[in-house]
Design a protein around this ligand. Sequence first.
Ligand code: SAH
Ligand code: MG
Length: 947
Amino acid sequence: METGGPPAVVSKKTSLTPKAIIYQRFGEQACYKVEEVQESTQNECPVLAIPQKGPCLYRCCLQLPEFSVVSETFKKKKEAEQSAAEMALEKLGINPKTDNPATQDPWDALPARLSYLFSNEFLSCLHPLSGHFRAALQRKGHLYGLVPISVLSVYDAKLGGLFKSINPKVESDPLLIMSLMLKVAPRLAGSVSTSEDQLSMQRENPYPPEIIQTVVNQQSSSPETILIGAIRIPCSNEKTVEPLALNVASNDYYLDVIAQELGFTDASKVLVSRTIGKASSEMRLYFCAPKSYLGDLSSGVLCSTEAVYSKESLNKRASYLSGHLIHGEAILASIGYKWKSADLSFEDVSLHTYYRILIGKIPSGLYKLSRDAVIAAELPGEFTTRSNWRGSSPRDLLCTFCRQHRLSEPVFSAISNPLESLPESSGSHKKLKVSESGNQVINEIGNDDGGRKPVGSRETFRCEVKIFSRCQDLIIECSPTKPFKKQNDAIQNAALKVLSWLNKYFKKLDMPIQELTSYGNVLDIKFDSELLLREFALGISVFTFWQSMGAQEGSVLESICINQLNGKLGDQMRHINIEGPDSGVSPSNGSLVCIVYSIYLVTEGEYMKELIESSEEFEFEIGSGSVISCLESVVTQMSVGQSARFHMELPPKELILASACDSSRILPLLTSGGCSLECSITLLRVTEPLEDRMEQALFTPPLSKQRVDYALQQIKESCATSLVDFGCGSGSLLDSLLALPTSLEKIVGVDISQKGLARAAKILHPKLSAISDATAPSKVIQSVLLYFGSITVFDSRLYGFDIGTCLEVIEHMEEDQAHLFGDMVLSSFCPRILIVSTPNYEYNVILQGSNLQSQEEDPDDKTQSQSCKFRNHDHKFEWTREQFGRWASDLAARHNYSVEFSGVGGAANTEPGFASQIALFRREEECLKNVDVTHNYEVIWEWSSNT
Ligand code: SAH
Ligand code: MG
């Protein structure tokens, strides 16, 4: 499978190094500092005053959010780092070799660890658990000194690990640990005992008073109280999640306070989930063991936990958030003791936080969060170039998704396909050499050939992605067939496919398997439906709100499109209010736009208006679906400097709550109904797609202008009265035609892009209104029409025109479609003259040798300069002169046309030819066919001189 290509990008982990485990847990938060330690031999030679340098050694300090460790000294930097990582793991209680349970019998290790936890020594050490022991000594009455069993394994990772090695199920079920703990307890008889209700433990002999004095704070006379923001998640999905404040006094045990909020008297009944969210977070869910279970425990009977899991008591939302089985009401709070100080540390948890966690479990939610634009952005349709992508990369998003759903890290395998390489062309090309010193590419070719670079090999990449469950069962497999020129593009696009598929699934978790399978087929995805269901079963009851979402976005887009295209231009923007003069600088496909925006929640009649989200500078790429469609469709109608205001239907309230900071003001508005979102935007700037920028910067006049001039020349020479522009896009050719005196009476444009057509109409309209002026140059123009349709399909209204133009269009179609178009146009549309232009692939070496291109390149991607890429990510192919020549000559011969070749930019007789190559076809015979009336196109916009 991997024929000499690079190895798998992330190989499936077999055994991870300590550093790798630290990275998995802490990511960038783990900071390694290596210092050189000069081992001096001074001591051995006291006579010599000059210290003699021994071998250089390294010591590593590893800083984690909560603590830091310093390694011994080592000969190699790497060894020092691994050793520091190992020490940190030891401190965290993570045993990298727990997969290998042979090391020690957990039933022996458990009592030993427990007695250590109850020792004098542990009480005064700084450990997330020792705070609970100290707090227990401040508890009153019969609770004095009692430590809830549930906290022991939660806050001591070592204990947790031992339980896990006995029964891996404890990972998802905190109740199970309780029963295991009670099995161990008798082995500690004499030093530690369990309370009457079996839910707490305490030392039999009290701690020595001098130890207690040093650790327990004695300012109980005037206890300070703090209010900690938390969230209550009711058991029933019908009841709303709401904020609450935990009122904790400095001499309270905070778990007692939480127990009371949950309706119990003390902490012993409180169970604690694993942490939720970031690695360093102390956010956890607190809940109480089901009553039936508690009863069983105190009677000493340990029943199987599954028996008490009645479906009704399962808190689905809380269980889904944490991946634990959580029963009854739950409280989400960020509170706990840390490694750094003996004080309780806490953070407020707001509704905002809760909803961010919730929507962050869905791929599109993750993307929105990574763009900090929960409402403005959807998951993009494709990954175009790294320089245009905003927010976390698809690959990172997928990794985060897997982590949040407690799946294994996704496995990416990039496969290079050297078979598609072009044979190395002869003599004149020398290989590029990558300098040893850095990334810089040295071009060894002298100046004599104008800095030309070789076309390079056409090595391509594909990438497979596999998603495994925690137990390494293969759940999802994506093997795209489409090759990419860059390995990174292959990886990112494969990740994006998986994300899109998962996103669809999450928006409709009860989707029939068949539907899911056929959508999978579109995205080259196979999956194991049983495993999928098992992994995401809980989500089904939590994410019902997404189901309305997909439908809504579509309808907003549709209403705007219809609005754009049907209406007369003047009142086209019935709901979209665009203000400011048209600066003429507008975005098109592939442009990077930057906007200022604010989104408000408004009630009907605009009595109330609350800011939901705003940004002073928000960038996105047009045409790749990186923002919600209605936003994109409005922006494509604007020019730089203009502002717009429009309304959108309400997305699910969860999304709004996740972005609005002040949920207390938003919530009543949302529940009152009749709200909508109002969006105000101003278009700050537009950065042209790379191809356009190159054409403007490297050619004078710009290449696009030269193509238009070429067409104008032919119109003049032929005295054409009718013209059809195949693939007119936003009408740049038609626009130029109006500005000049020509013989044209009838002008038509066809395109399959509604956005392009809408832009074209907007540009043409004011120019045509001016034509009634006597001064206007194109007084002869009778009618201008824009059609929506594909140029590979015939429409008799475009038959027999004097001139057909098709500028820079065919390379946007698949090659077979370009052949189809050629046959269709010459056999059915039969224009007297046809002008077709397309990029000359051989010219790319010059474009790519320019500074302009290298600025856009990714500095850490060394492969790029060596492989010759297309000028625009939307190009499906770019032909050499030979390929284009063959296409055009074959066509002409088949349909009785003559063909001449020419071009613009560069020159015919200088290598590598023109930048844009042009074929000019002329019909050899009169065309007097009788064509049947076939109307396949839709009139999008029409102007005629007598209206
Ligand atoms: N001719 C214009 C636009 C070139 S961009 C110019 O020179 O500025 C390519 C255009 O081809 C896009 O607008 C795209 O929508 C259009 N296109 C691609 N495939 C098409 C098809 N099958 N039918 C009609 N238009 C098509
Ligand atoms: Mg093009």
